[in-house]
Structure formats: C-alpha cells, structure tokens
Ligand binder design. Structure first.
Ligand code: DGI
Ligand code: FE
Ligand code: FE
Ligand code: FE
Length: 189
C-alpha cells in the first residue's frame, strides 16, 4: 500500500529537484481544486504527487512498456515521447510501487493530454498540472481566473491553449487531446 509519505519519498528519489518542486506545487493546487469542486482530496493529493513519476524513465524502457502492456494504447508510439510518461507511469506505479487505486492511476494516465469524459479527479489533476504557480504559459492567468469559477471551462481553456501551441509549432496533436477539447466544448454552454 502506497501511503502519502511513501509516495513523496518515491518521487523525490526519481525526480530532479525542479521537477520535484513542480510536483509539490501541483499537489497544493490539486488539493485546493479538489476541495473546491468536490473531488476526493486524498486521491487528488496522491495522484498529484505521483503524476510525473515516469518523467525521466528511459525512452526505450517506456517503449517496451507500451508494446508489452495490453492496457497501454499502441498509438502512443506514433506520437511524441513526451506523452508517454503519464500512461506508462500509471502502469509502472501499479506494477512496481504498489499503487492499488484505479482512479488515482487513471488520473495520472491522462494528465498530459486529457481525454473525453474525464471525471472530476482527472480534471483536477489535468488542470493543476497546467496552472500550478510555477507555470508560465501564454494565457495562463485567464485559465487561473477561470479555475476559481468553472472547472470544465478552465480545462477547456487549457486544452485550447495546448492545441494552439502545438499547431503553432507544427506538432502532431494526440487524439485524446482533441477528444478532451471536443468533449468540453459540448458540455459548456
Ligand atoms: O510533465 P509536465 O511537464 O509537468 O507537463 P505535461 O505532462 O502536461 O506535459 C506537457 C507537454 O506535453 C507540453 O510540452 C505539451 C505536451 N502535449 C500535451 N498534449 C500534447 C502534447 N504534445 C504533443 N506532441 N501532442 C499532444 O497532444
Ligand atoms: Fe507530466
Ligand atoms: Fe499538463
Ligand atoms: Fe507535471
């Protein structure tokens, strides 16, 4: 069983100093969002602590996980390796670190791209990673403002900005990134 302090020790050993500090800020942000929007605060805290666990895994190792674990979508291999650490991290945490909470694992898995029909925990982690106080994306202050009022709308703005950024760089957009955007457009009136 992976408790809070064990999770913190685990990621501290795996992450560089700046990444660990990002993780702490994501955790503070996620706890606040969870309280505001009625997500399970303990699960949000756990997912946030662990969300970037696989960030510095060897690329070839992550590729092997994607190829061998039936739960991991194979299309990831056709997209940027930056997208792999969430889904691969969720699987590795279950297999190697005793993470036994499917909701926490699910939120970790989709934290980079989002996906259609995210639950409130998924949204809290997706948004906390985007708006934590150390981030400096264009348009982020608007998203931080929206996050105080409307979780879905804030997630939509984050998805919009990310897609805009990727297109401006001529980069591919992963299908779940678009599915997240399209889903949120539909539920916001
Ligand atoms: O791990 P972090 O740096 O804390 O943040 P993250 O897991 O949200 O990863 C952010 C990066 O992922 C950022 O550079 C944008 C990129 N990203 C998000 N969606 C997509 C994407 N990159 C590509 N190529 N395609 C996507 O759909
Ligand atoms: Fe990440
Ligand atoms: Fe993110
Ligand atoms: Fe992160």
């Amino acid at each position: 069983k992976l408790d809070r302090d064990m999770a913190l020790e685990l990621v501290k050993a795996k992450l560089k100093k700046e990444r660990f500090e990002h993780t702490i800020r994501v955790t503070d942000t996620a706890v606040k969002l969870a309280e505001m929007y009625g997500a399970d605060v303990e699960k949000a805290e756990r997912a946030a602590i662990l969300h970037d666990y696989a960030k510095y895994r060897n690329r070839e190792e992550m590729k092997r996980w994607i190829k061998s674990d039936p739960r991991l979508p194979k299309d990831l291999l056709h997209y940027h390796h930056e997208l792999w650490h969430g889904p691969v991290g969720a699987v590795i945490l279950e297999k190697e670190a005793g993470l036994d909470d499917a909701e926490v694992a699910g939120a970790i898995a989709c934290h980079t791209t989002g996906k259609a029909n995210m639950n409130v925990l998924d949204k809290v982690i997706f948004l906390a990673d985007y708006i934590e106080p150390g981030r400096k994306f264009p348009g982020i202050d608007e998203v931080r403002g929206t996050a105080k009022e409307d979780l879905d709308k804030a997630c939509l703005q984050a998805a919009h900005n990310t897609i805009f950024f990727l297109m401006s760089k001529g980069q591919k957009v992963y299908p779940d990134t678009l599915h997240n955007y399209n889903h949120l457009i539909n539920i916001i009136t």
